[in-house]
Design a protein around this ligand. Structure first.
Ligand SMILES: [Zn+2]
Length: 422
């Protein structure tokens, strides 16, 4: 069985391709990328970009334990809807993914129920309690692709140093949820003018800055690589930029909401604008964009964090942190970054494909003859309105409902199989 994706503009950052070409898919592989190809089935990509399937190294699919919010099946369909063919799930499930058996359980469910590739990150400490390290060699041989206690930081610097050393030794990257929780235990939003005005407990940017600085210093001490998750603040970007300037093997990600919204959004969208780290201020949004433009920020991740409507439909302070993001990520990148001249369309694709894949060494994020046929086809000019009820995710918790966006995924192909078609 062969499929040819015809007449699209192929963007593949790995091979520095941005040209009108056809892509021939043979079975689960890419057969050829050239002009005038023929196949048994044709997908017309006129006016569209044809690129590697997107890669998101930070999603919460809530399985096991919180399947009313999302599961691997629905999360993977949401990913396919957004053009993603590879995602990495965070281990803050119940029970947490903190041993080889849990990793295998995750991978079995992914094989049986997911329509795309769902790779697990495993916990850094047992029970995500920050005290006792997990068996990282076992986690790796069971199939974990990264180590993290995401959702919380590791409070003890001693434990974090050991985690970094062992993760590095077994060849796994530590993903740092950088937050000094002791600075503000019940914060609900960014600390600043708006938190004062709304009378809500604030989370100062220093919570993030202190924690990023600490994990970078500990990684340097441990001689380890480190990846900082969801950078949200100007100070955070600055610390990573200076660490890179010193030649340290530090990478980081940000999420679409951090370049799209400020904490002004909280009054309008309530708990659907509540996430951790919180939305910041105008200067932070500008710094996030500058970091994406100059390469300080290595990749885009959504931090897709579904919750049920009931859970979110409470007083702001009581609502859980997190918003969904897989089905709006591309369009928010086109609107907030490409249209505003922050990055080119080619670079946006790079930030969503090759770069995240490379951070964790995933076999994804490029279009290569003989490589896996993981492909996204999207129309960068198509306009649409965000309707949460049309999402494949179980989550409806988005501040972007009703927003008019440009950039629509038309087809997603994973291992040669069409897993989403508009
Ligand atoms: Zn996190």
């Amino acid at each position: 069985m062969s499929i040819v994706v015809k007449n699209g503009r192929v963007i593949d950052p790995a091979s520095e391709t941005s040209a009108k070409l056809d892509v021939l898919i043979e079975g689960d592989r890419i057969g050829r990328i050239a002009e005038n190809l023929q196949g048994e089935e044709t997908i017309d990509a006129t006016g569209c970009v044809v690129c590697p399937g997107f890669v998101d190294i930070h999603v919460h699919f809530r399985e096991p334990g919180f399947e009313s919010k999302e599961n691997i099946a629905t999360g993977s369909r949401a990913a396919a809807h957004g053009g993603f063919t590879s995602v990495v799930t965070m281990p803050n499930t119940n029970p947490p993914i903190d041993n080889g058996g849990m990793v295998e359980l995750h991978n079995r469910s992914a094989r049986e129920t997911a329509c795309i590739k769902v790779w697990p990150a495993a916990a850094a400490t047992k029970g995500r309690e920050g005290a006792e390290m997990t068996e990282m060699a076992d986690l790796k041989s069971a199939g974990a692709v990264a180590i993290t206690d995401d959702g919380s930081d590791i409070p003890s610097s001693w434990v974090m140093r050991r985690v970094l050393e062992y993760a590095n030794m077994v060849g796994l990257t530590y993903l740092s949820h950088a937050e000094d929780h002791t600075l503000m235990e019940d914060g609900a939003m960014n600390e600043g003018f708006n938190s004062t005005r709304l009378g809500l407990p604030g989370m100062p940017k220093a919570m993030e800055e202190i924690a990023i600085d600490r994990v970078i210093r500990l990684a340097e001490l441990a001689g380890a690589r480190v990846h900082i998750c969801h950078v949200s603040s100007e100070g955070g970007v600055d610390i990573v930029r200076r660490a890179k300037g010193r030649g340290l093997p530090v990478t980081c990600e940000t999420a679409p909401h951090y370049w799209t919204l400020t904490d002004d959004a909280i009054e309008r969208f309530g708990p659907n604008a509540k996430m951790n780290p919180p939305l910041r201020e105008f200067g932070d949004v500008q710094a996030i964009k500058a970091g994406l433009a100059d390469g300080t920020i290595d990749c885009i991740a959504t931090d897709h964090a579904p919750h049920t409507v009931t859970e979110k439909n409470v007083e702001f302070q009581l609502a859980p942190f997190g918003i969904i993001g897989l089905e709006t990520s591309l369009a928010l990148g086109i609107m907030g970054l490409v249209k505003q001249g922050v990055v080119t369309l080619e670079r946006l694709v790079d930030l969503m494909t090759r770069r995240p894949a490379r951070i964790l060494g995933l076999p994804a994020g490029e279009l290569r003859e003989g490589g896996p046929a993981d492909i996204a086809v999207f129309d960068p000019a198509a306009e649409w309105t965000v309707e949460p009820d049309a999402f494949a995710s179980k989550g409806r918790n988005t501040p972007f409902a009703g927003m008019h966006l440009r950039g629509l995924v038309k087809t997603t192909i994973c291992d040669g199989v069409i897993v989403y078609q508009a």
